[in-house]
Design a protein. Structure first.
Length: 119
């Protein structure tokens, strides 16, 4: 299993970024995918998730109405569109999935991509 994030960078407050997570090594279309973030000195927190079959979504309260998670099963990629960015969105953003087989589950994380919101 491999998860590779991209799209992070430096953006001014109010700006936008789109993160991508390219996945391989598992059945992407039926797997739930999540975006987490970790700011310096803070615990890693769930930002958004999207289910595999129905593509139903969940958003953490701080990002509701500003972030959109989506997936392209043909490209094995999950996206996080981030609009109206705030300085408090500054963090390393990680992609995560959990695979399940024969009663065992395994959690996989990407390497992370830095998002910095600053003027």
């Amino acid at each position: 299993v491999q998860l590779v994030e991209s799209g992070g960078g430096l953006v001014q407050p109010g700006g936008s970024l789109r993160l991508s997570c390219a996945a391989s090594g598992f059945t992407f279309s039926s797997s739930a995918m999540s975006w987490y973030r970790q700011a310096p000195g803070k615990e890693r927190e769930l930002v958004a998730s999207i289910s595999g079959v129905t593509s139903s979504t969940y958003y953490a309260e701080p990002v509701k109405g500003r972030f959109t998670i989506s997936r392209d099963n043909a490209k094995n990629t999950v996206y996080l569109q981030m609009n109206s960015l705030k300085p408090e969105d500054t963090a390393v953003y990680y992609c995560k999935t959990v695979t399940r087989s024969l009663g065992f589950s395994m959690t996989y994380w990407g390497q992370g991509t830095q998002v910095t919101v600053s003027s």
